[in-house]
Design a protein. Structure first.
Length: 393
């Protein structure tokens, strides 16, 4: 049995299913270490726009510990918001065989790296970062000097996809130590919700005043700059210049929502603003849609709404900056890749697929391929990567 530690920032809805699957295995003794527990107000400040708590349990079914966070201003964002000097003692106490660190954008990650090396525990780094993100020359120079120094000292690397693998290789990781272990969502729960609620599609659409013959294009996410919600609004406006069948559904909230609403009102863009939907409600939004559009910048290092939408039978159209594109999107098969920050060009691409039957066919293909990113498959890939890393170390 592998005694595996997993250090991450705070509980989120996307990692809990993986933790539970790992904990249920007979060959893994999992210990999850959290650096912080976000309050409803912190969730709002992080871009969600409303204070809330997830309405599904995030802490049951696996062993976890909230480390003492001694940061002057504890937070889930910013490098200094998670300061956990006790991670070393926890590693020693739990006699770990390996420690997986989820990202290194916070102080606690480096404290864990140093502690792991001190206790001779193999370290694996997990990341979805990629090289498409725009950086200043100074930032790139600093990274080129500092990143190789700690990346080359790690024992293994878990890349979320092809772009993340290239990122690790760029900063000096040995190719035989990089494993592609994609992001996943709770496919079992979402699948159950789809089966239970799919018969309500017409009534859900009617509640948002969407006709049967209209095409509903879906946006799901925070109304923040990197998600480019205004690009979505302008794309729907372009779609409706020559064809009034298209309507947009925007699920979420955040600081840019008012701007999107005002533009839609002034320019008479048919957008339905659904507001924030918690986990028990989100599938209703996917069921109502015909396709997902994710116009994000390169700050969208993966895009887990794409995983969710595919599970719900929707084709996905993502900008050429979105991290999951090379792994999840095949043009004309599971969706298409869109030009970034060009609503007119995006509308031109979408018009090629703006037929309900074609979208439904692509959606079913996307759904069938989403099995390659199930929690079970990802858990197997993760354990294989950890096992190989331990044997090499």
């Amino acid at each position: 049995m592998i005694r595996l530690g997993f250090l991450t920032t705070h509980p989120i809805q996307y990692t809990t299913p993986l933790f539970r699957k790992l904990a249920a295995r007979s060959d893994v003794d999992l210990r999850v270490y959290y650096c912080h527990n976000a309050t409803p107000q912190e969730q709002s400040a992080a871009g969600f726009g409303v204070p809330f708590e997830w309405d599904i349990g995030l802490l049951g079914g696996y062993e976890h510990t909230f480390l003492e966070n001694v940061a002057a201003r504890p937070a889930t964002s910013g490098f200094w918001g998670m300061d956990v000097p006790g991670i070393g003692g926890q590693i020693e106490q739990d006699k770990l065989d390996a420690l997986l660190i989820n990202g290194w954008h916070f102080k606690g990650a480096f404290q864990a790296m140093f502690a792991g090396r001190r206790h001779r525990v193999p370290i694996l780094l997990r990341s979805d970062s990629h090289l498409l993100t725009a950086r200043s020359r100074i930032t790139l120079a600093v990274k080129s000097l500092t990143y190789p120094r700690f990346i080359r000292r790690a024992d293994g690397f878990l890349a979320a996809g092809q772009l993340a693998k290239n990122y690790f290789l760029h900063y000096g990781a040995a190719s035989n130590r990089v494993f592609v272990v994609p992001h996943c969502v709770d496919d079992e729960r979402i699948g159950d919700d789809v089966r239970r609620q799919s018969a309500e599609r017409d009534s859900i659409r009617a509640s948002w005043e969407i006709g049967r013959k209209q095409l509903a294009w879906l946006f799901a996410g925070k109304f923040i700059e990197k998600k480019r919600p205004m690009d979505f609004v302008k794309t729907i406006a372009q779609m409706n210049r020559n064809d009034g069948r298209s309507v947009g559904i925007m699920i979420g909230d955040g600081p840019l929502r008012r701007e999107c609403e005002e533009y839609s009102r002034v320019h008479q863009v048919p957008i339905r603003f659904a507001g924030f939907l918690n986990q028990s409600e989100i599938v209703r939004g996917y069921i109502a849609g015909d396709a997902l559009i994710l116009p994000s910048s390169a700050g969208e290092t993966w895009g887990l709404v794409v995983n969710e939408a595919m599970l719900c039978g929707l084709p996905c159209f993502v900008s050429d900056q979105v991290g999951c594109g090379p792994d999840l999107i095949q043009d004309g098969v599971t969706g298409a890749v869109l030009p970034f920050a060009d609503p007119m060009a995006c509308a031109g691409v979408l018009r090629q697929y703006a037929v309900a039957e074609a979208l439904a066919h692509m959606g079913q293909t996307a759904k069938s391929r989403s099995g390659n990113f199930s929690v079970r498959v990802v858990a197997n890939l993760l354990v294989d990567a950890v096992t190989e890393t331990i044997s090499r170390s």
